[in-house]
Design a protein around this ligand. Structure first.
Ligand SMILES: [Ca+2]
Ligand SMILES: [Ca+2]
Ligand SMILES: [Ca+2]
Length: 474
């Protein structure tokens, strides 16, 4: 199951086949590590078909269509030791390596580089390892074609575009890429979109913030848009979209799952910009009107491709004076129609029943679904990269207080309020702290035991970085 190079329309492998592959991988990793756990040591792997374990996901808590990314699992651990834009020990140098790799950080602060470029896939970026202040890229994060299989966590992307001609200037932009999960990332100040994932499939964007898109610099004029997607199998859940006028998100090719997001101070919420096809679940989202924009939650264009169907349920609209409460069926909700007009499509495209993607797509991991009110509280409490920076804190506070305004409000000091720390001792330089290794039966004098398969089914370095991510959350 590693490395994996998914093709755009490749049928999903069966879960059973995946688990067998995982089992084979575990044996391989154990042998490679040279210090495999005792054969009798339970590793949570199947001993017969009736006793299959839970699949090992990108990380515990990964959900949706991108949840089974493996990133750099089993590969090299590369430690970023400088905030320099390039050169020895830099993030860019780590991204330039063409092999499975897990990138950890011995520094925290601002990396001023535009763009930072992901040149090869099979990559995990573990921003949660950056001591004290996390990592902010002052610039864009772009990927090359076919840089497949990415796990990106706890990273802030804060580009600062000036001038004109920003027609394709996004905060994050991936192209022709499959199997991607963004978790607890903060992206702001995009000129075209905050996140351009137009040609990305098998993808999840979760627990992230997409905020304060720029209102200047685009040839079409004001173009403060959030997220654009035009490939199938995309999950967008538990994110904060704040101060983006449009594309919150824009997705055109189902299956797409847009669930439990908070959308604040917007003109249009979910929308198409390309002929749509397939199934769209739009469930449990919270749409909050702000000072700018008309706060129209659903905008479906008049084109209809193969298998087009929408399932809308339990979406909350907080638009004082116009609409306050859950909209069940917007096609028949007289108040909704009066305030926001039609949806752009007839009710014949509405599905009365929820799509059970898990039945049709074995790689799909169902999203833990909350009420929109609970999702609102959870997203504002937890979304984004931790520790939160001044930009995310402002976006969250303004969403709570129904304040703020559109535009890229780029602070002079991106690290305001944050204090870089020092990393814990890691004598063997395998990315895992000495003390953690000792507490988990590993050797702080063995620089190769990061690939040891742990009882959880994750490799040791993954278990370490996953624990660090958990510890960051409030
Ligand atoms: Ca774009
Ligand atoms: Ca170590
Ligand atoms: Ca070690």
């Amino acid at each position: 199951m590693l490395p994996r190079h998914p093709a755009a329309e490749r049928p999903a492998a069966s879960l059973t086949a995946k688990l067998r592959a995982a089992f084979a991988l575990s044996l391989l990793l154990g042998l490679l590590a040279g210090c495999g756990r005792d054969a009798s040591d339970p590793v949570g792997l199947p001993d017969d078909d009736d006793d299959e374990p839970q699949p090992v996901l990108a990380f515990p808590g990964a959900e949706g269509f991108g949840a089974q990314a493996t990133g750099g699992r089993g590969g090299r651990v590369i430690k970023v030791t400088t905030l320099a834009a390039s050169g020895a020990g830099s993030l860019q140098e780590a991204l330039d390596q063409d092999e499975p790799r897990i990138v950890v950080f011995a520094v925290s602060g601002v990396i001023e580089a535009d763009p930072i470029r992901i040149r090869h896939g099979n990559l995990t970026i573990a921003g949660q390892t950056a001591p004290g202040a996390g990592i902010t890229i002052k610039g864009r994060l772009y990927g090359d074609d076919a840089a497949n299989n990415l796990i990106i966590r706890h990273l802030r992307i804060r580009p600062a575009f000036a001038g004109e001609g920003g027609g394709s200037y996004d905060g994050v932009q991936l192209v022709e890429t499959g199997l991607v999960i963004f978790d607890h990332c903060c992206v702001a100040f995009g000129v075209d979109e905050v996140m351009g994932i137009f040609t990305v499939w098998d993808a999840t964007v979760q627990w992230s913030t997409l905020c304060m898109s720029a209102i200047e610099g685009h040839p079409e004029g004001q173009h403060n848009y959030a997220l654009l997607s035009n490939r199938p199998r995309v999950s967008i859940h538990h994110n904060l979209f704040a101060h983006n006028g449009n594309r919150n998100p824009a997705c055109a090719r189902g299956p797409v799952d847009v669930r439990n997001n908070v959308v604040y101070n917007f003109n249009r919420g979910f929308i198409h910009h390309n002929p749509p096809s397939g199934q769209f679940s739009i469930v449990g989202n919270y749409y909050k009107q702000g000072p700018d924009g008309s706060a129209r939650p659903f905008v479906f264009d008049d084109e209809a491709g193969e298998g087009l169907a929408y399932y809308l349920a339990d979406n909350y609209i907080d638009d004082p004076g116009d609409y306050l409460g859950i909209v069940g069926n917007p096609w028949t909700d007289a108040v909704y129609l009066d305030v926001y007009g039609g949806l752009g499509k007839g009710e014949e495209y509405r599905s009365a029943n929820e799509f059970l993607f898990v039945d049709s797509y074995p790689d799909y991991i169902p999203i833990t679904t909350q009420t929109p009110q609970d999702a609102y509280a959870a997203v504002l409490a937890q979304a984004g990269a931790w520790p939160r920076d001044i930009v995310t804190l402002a976006a969250v506070e303004e969403t709570e207080q129904r304040s703020g305004e559109w535009g890229a409000r780029i602070p002079a000091d991106l690290m305001a309020g944050l204090t870089p720390g020092t990393p814990p001792p890691d004598g063997d330089e395998d990315g895992m702290a000495d003390a953690w290794e000792q507490a988990h039966g590993l050797s702080p004098a063995d620089g190769t035991d990061h690939a040891t398969l742990m009882p959880s089914g994750y490799t040791a370095i993954e278990e370490y970085i996953n624990a660090l991510a958990d510890q960051l959350l409030p």
